[in-house]
Write a protein that binds this ligand. Structure first.
Ligand code: NAD
Length: 472
């Protein structure tokens, strides 16, 4: 910690920035400051917290050009950066609207014992730690932060060291809101700073890979604090013979290659009924070929660069192994370097199987490996043959037919006749299955309650001996 870290530009490949993480003493001091301020933040009540969040929204809107510019430099892509910013703004409004009902005081209740009354109180965790990845740097650093702040917690956020440029303009917006800057802090740093942060907080929200998630879970267990983990995926799409192929190919293409496939909920495996396989491939390939790289200009095309150098290496390795084992490339197919950045065109592969990494491990690139299936039972077996269980998609001629298949898929959210809907629909509560995560749903209104502890007051109403006491 405390040592300078270089930052690479995803479009040029050049090291053109750096961050300096806090020392352990600085981190401890920051956490002490946030803890102290949390007491007042909790006591001022929800109405004042909503006021502060709304003031912050205005500050974000007034600084939106600087913020978006920084996210664009961090990620090398434009339209997804605008989407990130807009999502954060609507998320502040959504949580401000939902919070009053979610945090309303519960009424006193009678219990099964007539002379004992129950009153309940919800108490926010004092300091929440958020550790976030590089694929949607702004959005994923705030997705848990906003509800935690409204719940009355202080929050300390450590975004990815790969995309840290947005932190500076974001800090300026936080600094402009007096109450908020007391209870919200962003720190720069890599894995060791994240590890130190876990030891300083009362609850940790982590978004990232399964490998790091495991370390975070172990560290949180040692500290005896709750850990909410949102990890990787290898989402399958199943396409039944009754499907509208025009719709399915457009949805799957978007679900696989938006953000150049660098989304946890990207469609990474496609299983298509034998009878429609050829037609499906023909349509998918034709549509994939219509998409262009956002190169040389940011405003062109739809496919941005591969943001992290190490991800470009993983995508290239998965493609190489698949081809060596017999896969056929129909379009795209290589990770190329243009002006120092790494790029990959939408790639459709057939003749793939589950012995290949491209069907088993998270590729996190615009790669669409497609297999055919003979029976629905076989499709479900293939979809579930994975360590992941984040989300999935099922396409069929009727909702009932699709849901009959979706019921059997081990994943927390299934889009029916569409793809990637969990990114768009905030009302749906979902659990991560298998290694894709741990802890209560981040989506849905109940997500805010993850930041509260419950306290029960059990109140005796009458001056009588309890029947279970020792008889005198
Ligand atoms: P990563 O696991 O490498 O890093 C994530 C964060 O953890 C970074 O901030 C990193 O500095 C920090 N970190 C690293 N080691 C740590 C440690 N020992 N203790 C604490 N923190 C540590 O992930 P990444 O490569 O940045 O992101 C891509 C991954 O994130 C993919 O697997 C993707 O599927 C996943 N992801 C999941 C979701 C979801 O909601 N399920 C959303 C987006 C991304």
């Amino acid at each position: 910690m405390g040592t300078k870290i270089n930052v690479r530009n995803p479009r040029t490949g050049k090291i053109d920035d750096s961050i300096t993480p806090p020392t352990l003493e600085q981190l401890t001091e920051e956490c002490n400051r946030l803890r102290e301020a949390q007491i007042d933040w909790q006591q001022i009540g929800l109405e004042k917290r909503i006021e502060a969040m709304q003031a912050w929204k205005q500050a974000l809107l007034s600084q939106q050009d600087q913020l978006i510019k920084a996210i664009v430099t961090d990620t090398g892509r434009l339209s997804e950066s605008l989407t990130e910013f807009n999502s954060v703004i609507s998320s502040i409004d959504r949580w401000c609207q939902l919070a009053p009902e979610l945090l309303s005081e519960l009424e006193a209740k009678s219990t099964a014992i007539p002379f004992i009354e129950l009153q309940q109180e919800s108490i926010p965790y004092q300091l929440v730690g958020v550790i976030s990845p590089w694929n949607f740097p702004l959005l994923l650093s705030l997705i848990d932060t906003i509800p935690a702040l409204l719940a009355g917690c202080s929050v300390i956020v450590k975004p990815s060291e790969i995309t840290p440029r947005f932190i500076k303009p974001l800090r300026a917006t936080i600094a402009s809101v007096p109450k908020l800057c007391d209870v919200l802090a962003y720190i720069e740093g890599a894995g060791n700073t994240g590890a130190a942060l876990i030891e300083s907080v009362d609850l940790v929200c982590f978004t990232g890979s399964v490998a790091t998630g495991r370390k975070v879970a172990e560290a949180a267990a040692k500290c005896f604090i709750p850990a909410f983990l949102e990890l990787g995926g290898k989402d399958p799409a199943i396409v039944l013979s009754s499907t509208d192929l025009e719709l399915a190919t457009s949805a799957i293409l978007w679900g696989s290659v938006v953000n150049a496939g660098q989304s946890c909920l990207s469609i990474e495996r496609i299983y298509v009924a034998e009878s429609i396989f050829e037609d499906f491939i023909e349509k998918l390939v034709a549509k994939a070929k219509c998409l262009d790289l956002a190169y040389p200009s940011l405003e062109e095309g739809q496919i941005g660069p591969i943001i992290a150098q190490r991800q470009a290496e993983i995508i290239a390795a998965h493609l190489k192994e698949a081809v060596e084992k017999g896969a056929i490339i129909h379009c795209g197919g290589k990770v190329e370097q243009l002006d120092g950045g790494w790029w990959c065109r939408p790639t459709v592969l057939t003749q793939v199987n589950h012995a290949m990494q491209v069907m088993r491990a998270e590729t996190f690139g615009p790669i669409m490996p497609v297999m055919s299936f003979a029976t629905i039972k076989e499709a479900i077996k293939l979809a579930n043959d994975t360590i992941y269980g984040l989300s999935a998609a099922v396409f069929a001629g009727s909702e009932a037919e699709a849901i009959a298949v979706a019921t059997n898929i081990d994943a927390g959210a299934i889009s029916i006749n569409d793809a990637g809907l969990t990114a768009m629909i905030h009302e749906a509560e979902k659990s991560s299955f298998k290694f894709s995560g741990m802890g209560g749903s981040r989506m849905g209104a109940a997500a805010l309650k993850r930041f509260m502890r419950k306290k029960a007051f059990l109140i005796k109403q009458e001056s009588i001996p309890d029947p279970w006491w020792f008889k005198s």
